[in-house]
Unconditional design. Sequence first.
Length: 478
Amino acid sequence: MNLSLPRLRLPVLPSRRELWRTWHDRQFWLRVVVVLLVLSSSALLAPRAPLLLLIAVAGAAGFILLLRWPGLGLVGLIAAAMIVPFEIGTGSESSLNAPLIMAPALVGIWLLTTLVRRRQVRILASRAVLAALALAASAVLAFGVGQLNWVALAQPAPLTAQIGGLALFIVSAAAFVLAAYQVKEMQTLQWMTWLFLALAALYITFRVAPPVARLIPIRLAEGATGSLFYVWLTVLAASQALFNSTLRWWARVGCGILAALTLAVGLILGRSWSSGWLPPLVALTVMIWVARPRIGTIIAIPVAIVGFYFYTDVSSVLLKGNEYSLLTRMEAWSILVELISVNPVTGLGPANYYWYTPLYAILGYFVQFNSHNNYIDIIAQSGLLGFGCFVWLVFELFVLGWRLRTTVAAGFARAYVYAALGGLAGMLAAGMLGDWIIPFVYNIGFTGFRSSVLGWIFLGGLVALDFMTQRKMRLSSD
């Protein structure tokens, strides 16, 4: 049976029977009454804080909905990351944005409802989840160790910056775990994907046809179009176009056009920004190789031959306008390797190395700088221990995706697995060009979390797909 976009049903929306049950659910309405009483008290005690009251009302409404239909949270998190411009100032140059606030809130609600309903969370059911939690734990350990002054004549980063750097590690892992355990139905994963593609399609349309932007009031928030935005847009759209045989032909054509336009925007309109087109190309290549190894090999061999014989010409094209940037990055990496040697096991702590860099001259200047490389950032902040946890996570995700590509049903699910493996490769490529995977607080920072969280959510969806497949196999065996 063909699956068309208009026929997709949001599973978290209630049916008439569910609404009827909700109306007669005393515990549900008791929670509603408690929340309303808390809001009323807040209104009386804080008449001068209309913004906070508005946030409280919205949060309470969302809390009530999530109690009943938890899948709404991740759909809302993607929307918040992309189009909700809301931010709360921290008294520094960084502000807490909507996804950075919403992700831990959703985790808190999930854990609270799990405890209240006495449900078990099978953490050991996924080694990928264990690896993500270990990565977060290594960052916490590094934060504690980072309170020591590891470098003479220099002070560590301000405590607020260290907490911010730690938060980016923890919330990234939290978004991954949340998606792994809260996506329980295929339709939820579909809606997460289609919502992302729909909002991203608006942005791509604005880029290729600017006059259209005047007709549509929706705008993507600052930071939402980072490197991982292009990575996941390319592979998700291309995978549905190429490998979802249950999708209507016009939808597949539309997804194919969207993927092609995304690459065109990066290669033509944003040629000098390598992070906008190189990681998506890597992601697309790996996805095709995983899905169709023979075709991938046929494509890879001539490309490798051309690259080998015309290495100089290819390098000049790839590095056009970025020669100085590459020079400074290589110099920064050599300095940071020396700095990391001070405590290579657990690192210098979140954000700290940035305050130690002025002790080292980079191209003759004693200034603060960052690595523009996610892997050096991870090692400098959380040490080889944290980097080892990250490598473990990547390994588990690759093994999981490689297994699922032959076990999930054909159609959306299999196309999603192909996209996840390609997206994982694209993320790793993006990590070489900047802190796109786990933003560094003094570079891409909180703003960049809007795009980085997309990768963590969609990779968490891969684990959720594994859980769904296991449940289906258990039911069929019974």
